[in-house]
Design a protein around this ligand. Structure first.
Ligand code: ZN
Length: 489
């Protein structure tokens, strides 16, 4: 599966060309690259990190794949290297990036991954980076291939047989010739034996086994010409592939629904029943002190622990989930909904939504609605935009109440349970909405002390919808607390 705005940005900007096409002919549509959602891999998780700072937006997600440790560490290192470059371009560090107030022009980087192949003994991951401050559309892509036979991550060029590389690059040179901004001599040099490993970084397959070769802006053409693409038909690709390439192509054409690597647990079957919450005692927040604890960006590795802690205090909370995380943790989303917690929509991949087109914003919400719907049987009634960033397009696309917050723990910044606990206990008033993130261990560890402290003061822990009780909420309107709640004064 592709990130919604990734594929749209690609379609809009890639100069496509089928190998052998005469220059000057119409550019064909970008073919559908095969991507998979390997819910069959037990223990697969997405590692998400982000900054919620208004001056410096960054979000990174990569998969941690059981049985493919070398791939996981390669992806993690790639993310950290790219993030370091981003900070260097914006003050030098995350802290300095945050300190530079820039009004509406806050820098933003978003790094996400899609599985190209994840069955048999091959895993292919395409990492897409959007640098919103970069020239052009700021997109760059790279595919990483893990070979179960050697248990190593290899460069994309390893999909091609060693003795076919010259023939392959010849086809690419022909395919690129005639594109705007392409200088054939420069392309030959960029694809020559010395440089091809750093130029040919993104190879992927179509659903019929065609080979898609993508080039970042500036790699093989003048920068204003944008990204470039060459597609080889399955018949043209077949004689060029290495043994790994053939295995990868086979799994792309017909995904095996099973990853055959040592140490990969089989996934437990996805929940299929509707997660109807138990008939909870109704709470009237006009009569008793209420607070709505909210947890964003998950589900993640600590969400199960959080659910157990909440249950011990008979507390209900609201989870604003990121769609791509919900997809791989459907069991946790189901468990949360079944326990009476509320599930809200926090976008698919956590971009700053006002920077996206109307269509891409809707796509971010729709895909998350579908992921949550699959896990719980219900569409989220509430939306929280990443970074709290809103404009009219986002309000209209959400079509539901937009839930912000009145107590910001800044837990993502401090990563300290004592600080998070103190922030909540010092600042919470009845009717408040408290913002935390369950992707951080320190935040989840703070929850028992928060629940104990607020319970001692007579608080009931309710979902956001319960907090507003009888007050009807309006689609497209933002809310940060219930000013009419009991005890708020
Ligand atoms: Zn968030």
């Amino acid at each position: 599966m592709r990130n919604g705005f990734a594929v749209l940005a690609l379609a809009a900007t890639v100069a496509g060309c089928t190998a052998g096409l005469e220059p000057g002919k119409p550019v064909p549509a970008v073919p559908a690259i095969r991507t998979v959602t390997p819910v069959w891999i037990g223990g697969l998780r997405l590692v998400s990190e982000n900054s919620e700072h208004e001056n410096c937006h960054w979000e990174t997600t990569y998969p941690a794949v059981p049985g493919a440790d070398d791939l996981t560490s390669t992806l993690r290192d790639a993310v950290h290297r790219r993030l370091t470059t981003f900070f260097q371009a914006n003050g030098g560090s995350d802290e300095q990036c945050q300190a530079l107030a820039r009004g509406d022009a806050s820098p933003e980087i978003s790094i996400n991954s899609d599985f190209l192949v994840a069955s048999g003994d091959v895993v292919g991951v395409e990492m897409t980076t959007f640098d919103f401050m970069a020239t052009g559309d700021g997109t760059s892509t790279r595919s990483y291939w893990f070979d179960g036979a050697t248990r190593k991550t290899v460069p994309a060029t390893e999909l091609i047989a060693g003795d076919a590389l010259d023939r392959f690059t010849e086809i690419l040179v022909n395919g690129l010739s005639g594109h705007d901004g392409v200088d054939t001599a420069a392309v030959k040099e960029a694809l020559g034996p010395d440089r091809r490993a750093s130029t040919l970084t993104d190879l992927a397959f179509t659903e019929s086994g065609g080979l898609v070769v993508q080039f970042d802006q500036g790699a093989v053409a003048a920068v204003p010409a944008g990204r470039q693409l060459v597609v080889l038909s399955p018949a043209d690709a077949a004689p060029l592939l290495s043994d790994l390439g053939r295995r990868a192509q086979r799994e792309a054409v017909q995904p095996g629904q099973r990853l055959d690597l040592p140490g990969v647990p089989v996934a437990s079957p996805a929940p299929t029943t509707t997660a109807a919450p138990p008939t909870a005692q109704p709470v009237d927040c006009l009569q008793v002190k209420c607070v709505a604890l909210t947890f964003d960006d998950g589900p993640g590795p600590y969400t199960a622990q959080l659910l157990t802690n909440l249950e011990q205090y008979n507390a209900h909370a609201t989870f604003f989930v990121v769609g791509q995380n919900a997809t791989y943790n459907a069991d946790l989303v189901h468990r949360a909904a079944a326990a009476g917690h509320e599930i809200g929509n926090h976008s698919w991949s956590h971009p700053s939504l006002p920077k996206l087109s109307d269509k891409d914003v809707r796509d971010q919400f729709d895909r998350t609605d579908q992921a949550v719907g699959k896990a719980t049987g219900a569409r989220p009634a509430l939306v929280r935009p990443p970074y709290g960033a809103l404009n009219d397009t986002v309000r209209a696309a959400a079509g539901r109440p937009l839930i912000l917050w009145s107590v910001d723990t800044e837990d993502w910044k401090y990563r300290d349970s004592a600080v998070v606990t103190k922030a909540v206990l010092d600042r919470t008033k009845p009717g408040d909405i408290v913002l935390m993130h369950d992707i951080h261990q320190t935040s989840v560890d703070a929850v028992p002390a928060i629940l104990a402290g607020l319970q001692d003061r007579g608080y009931r822990f309710v979902t956001v919808s319960q907090l507003f009780g009888g007050t009807p909420l309006t689609g497209g309107t933002s809310y940060d607390a219930n000013p009419g709640a009991f005890g708020r004064g």
